[in-house]
Design a protein around this ligand. Structure first.
Ligand SMILES: [Zn+2]
Length: 255
């Protein structure tokens, strides 16, 4: 048994060959060329799970969940039916990888927009099994809690009062898998809020899913250039706008 790692090893040789289409630069979108996609692991209509063609992280299994065949679509704009289908598919594949026992932990996350850290615009998520690294020890339990905005149908939405990075993070807790569609509805509200009602400069967000102690939690965070105070000193910051965020979400989305 190999001991736990604290760092993932990034293969720069593979990294250098990766296409970048998050900004329109004339590159063809690799996720639109469906007939050329290799390594399909699972599919549900327009939704695909494929092996990542550029597995830059050593000692991991990297997969990509292509959410739709519409390159210009966005999770915040999906019909309820498609939204539920995508989140059910992704959660199922993520939990399958956790249950396989092959990994110390499994990441499940989404990047959207130029400041999110993603390189491809086409709506997608990633599920990454880490053979020798347990991410859960890096997540302070308090960072997944917060001031509760809404509790509805087995889903709790809170605005973080001890954010992981800052300044504004929304945390969603799922009571049981039977409420997954409602959980998806809330994810969509959070993504829509950050893109359309939060800050006119916000065009990027991340969703991070956590499975810790049997509890599924998702964190939705708007992305900007990250504060040097966090990068250099690991000090998260809390926005003074937190009460406004809670009030806005209630008012705009009727929570
Ligand atoms: Zn595309």
């Amino acid at each position: 048994m190999t001991s736990s790692q604290s760092h993932l090893i990034f293969d720069t040789m593979i990294g250098g060959t990766k296409p970048v289409t998050v900004v329109d630069n004339g590159h063809k979108c690799p996720f639109c060329c469906r007939e050329k996609l290799e390594g399909v692991i699972a599919e549900d209509g327009p939704i695909l799970l494929i092996a990542n063609k550029y597995p830059v992280l050593q000692d991991t299994v990297q997969t990509v969940l292509i959410e739709t065949d519409d390159c210009a679509a966005e999770l915040s704009l999906y019909s309820k039916e498609h939204l539920h289908r995508v989140i059910r598919f992704g959660t199922e594949k993520w939990l399958d990888m956790i249950a396989s026992g092959e990994f110390e932990s499994v990441l499940f996350f989404k990047n959207h927009g130029p400041s999110s850290g993603g390189s491809i615009r086409h709506p997608h998520m990633q599920i990454v099994g880490l053979r020798h690294l347990d991410y859960t020890v890096n997540i302070p339990p308090a960072s997944l809690e917060g001031i509760v905005i809404s509790r509805d149908g087995g889903v709790e939405l809170a605005v973080a009062d001890k954010p992981l990075v800052g300044f504004t993070e929304l945390n969603l807790k799922l009571a049981d898998l039977g409420q997954l569609d409602r959980f998806a509805d809330y994810l969509q509200i959070c993504a829509h809020y950050f893109l359309h009602h939060f800050n006119r400069h916000c065009n990027s967000y991340n969703i991070f899913f956590y499975y810790i102690g049997g509890q599924i939690t998702a964190k939705v965070m708007p992305r900007f250039v990250t504060s040097p105070i966090y990068i250099g000193y690991a000090i998260p910051q809390l926005s003074t706008r937190i009460p406004d965020v809670a009030a806005d979400l209630k008012r705009i989305y009727g929570l």
